[in-house]
Structure formats: structure tokens, C-alpha cells
Design a protein around this ligand. Sequence first.
Ligand code: AN7
Length: 346
Amino acid sequence: MSIIERYREFLPLPDGEPIVTLGEGGTPLVPLPGLSERLGVDVRVKLEGSNPTGSFKDRGMCVAVSKAMQEGAAAVVCASTGNTSASAAAYAARAGLRAAVLVPEGRIARGKLAQALVHGARVVAIDGSFDEALDIVRVLVDRHKIALVNSLNPFRLEGQKTGAFEICDELGRAPDVLCIPVGNAGNVSAYSMGFTEYHQRERAPKVPRLYGFQAAGAAPLVSGHPVERPETVATAIRIGKPARGEQALSAMNDSGGGVAAVTDAEILDAYRLLARTEGIFCEPASAASVAGLIARVGSGDISPGELVVCVLTGTGLKDPDLASAGSEGLIRLPADYDAIEDAILS
Ligand code: AN7
């Protein structure tokens, strides 16, 4: 069921107003038996790559673009490391609005760029970082009647909080721990809102400990200061100045969790482990949540038997270049039975 069908009463979308939806939400919560056994905790992953454009952004974009329609915006704009641009482009197309997206040239995964282009957005690649792109679009929306659909837009968080609702509804309780990748820190802020609202509404479930993970080369919330030249294989979270950093940091700390960094090597190890041993193909930024979980269990922050949900924020198909670069090469053969049998059985 989509977030609109299931949770509309908890969203700022009054009856009678237009809704722009692609059926987002209702994503699978999948147990990881192999990793659970190895770590001694009960691990589930929330497959946000199953959303219509392949990432969690769709939950927030549904609400943000519906609001932009209601407010009579002619266009939407965002700065993006990729997924926001893909989602904004799709929802704008659906709404009949123009979309413009600013991305850092050469630093966005190929699938995401293809999505923005195919949905007909005006795509501008700048010789600069995501953080510079965001500074520019903030000025643009001050000067023009264009809606900003980055997670600075509070309606994005309203939509994304439904991820937390789904987890609690499915488990019948809140998990003990939530592990989540952090870039601009919008999503962890949204989950915090969602768990808190759910707790207030249903009383019983508590708010989980929220652990956010940044890539070591792009970890401003861990170091306590902006990172001028963020660098990581997980391009989605290559962000040096998180727009919702302070809010998210208090939410994580207040929950009894916190923020930590994971190296690119740890991210890629988790990415491969998920693909090869659990059958789950997520993008590298998403694997940061599982890399972080492994490290937190190692450090004793997560105890045996606890119920942990890792949010896998986007599908692996977003980044085909990285996926094929890290895999074993193709075996090329003529259409000859014996040679093929040998290659398969050897
Ligand atoms: C797969 O698309 O910032 O902490 O411009 O694509 O809410 O920023 C993407 C972020 C995690 C981090 N996982 O979420 C963008 C963008 C994936 C992402 C994040 C992103 P936030």
C-alpha cells in the first residue's frame, strides 16, 4: 500500500487537494539470516530501492511535489548527488511541472543521471560540489517562484517519516536500533520524527537508538566541521555541509545512538556481502548502514539479540559502473557446447 493510502491522515495533505503519487512506500522489510547469525543480532533491511524511482526520496517527493502543485509553483528545483534529481524529475513529470536539477559533474551515478534526463528535467552539471549546488539553488528559489524540493523542504521529511511508520507497523513495535546512511541528514531527521510521532500515537513502542553513518571522506558530523572536498565511493553521500546536520545530530544523540564514520573499504565489503550472501543489491551509500552496523556490534554499542533495522536507501542498479567494476570479469566464449560446459563446471 502506498503512503497516501495508508498514512494520509498523518500527512499535511488535506482532502480535496491534488496529490502527486507514483505508489511510493510499502517497501519490503527483509530479514538477513546469514548476517544475523554471524553478528548475534536480529537484522532486517528496509529495501527503499523498491520505491518507484529506486530510492527513499520518493516518499518525500510525493508530499513535496503535491504541496508545490497546491501552492501553484510552476517548477521545482533541487541540488542533488543523484537520487533527489531522479525522483524530482519523475514526480514533476507526473505533475506536469517543469523540473531543473543541479548535479556535481562526473560525481553522480549513471543510472540517476539517466533518470533525470529521461523524465525531461533540465539537468545542469556544475564544475563544483553538491554543497555549492545547494547554495546556488537556495538563491534561485529566493528570487523566483520555484519550489525547492531538497530535504530543506519540510514536506520532504513529512513524507519520509512514513518509513518509520511502516517499520513499526510491520514489527508490531519499534526496533531497538535503526542504522541509516547520512548525507544531508534529512532522512535520519525524518525517521526520528516518524518514530517519535508513532510513539506518541500508539504509546507502546519506544523510539529506537538511531545510528547514522557517514563515509569517512565525507564525515562533517563526525569531525564537527564542514568538509571542503568530500570524497567517497558512495557518491550519494558525498556531502560536506549537511543542511540538516544539527537537527539530526541532536536526534541521534538524544535517542542514545549517535553518528560514526565508515571507510570506503568497509562500505564496499558490506555492499558485496549483501549481494553475495543475502541476495540484496543496494547502492554503496546504502551499504554504509550495514557497514556501520557491523562496526557498532564490534564496538559493543549494539548488544546480542537486539532487533536492528538497516535502511537500504537505494537500489544497486543506480550505479552500474561501480557494480561491474567490482565484479569478476565476463567469460567470453564462442557458442560451443564443450567450451561452455567446461567454463561452467570448472
Ligand atoms: C541512496 O540525492 O542527497 O541524509 O541529492 O541518495 O537524507 O541526505 C541523496 C542522499 C542516503 C542520504 N542514501 O540521505 C541527493 C542526496 C542514498 C542517497 C542518502 C542519499 P540524506
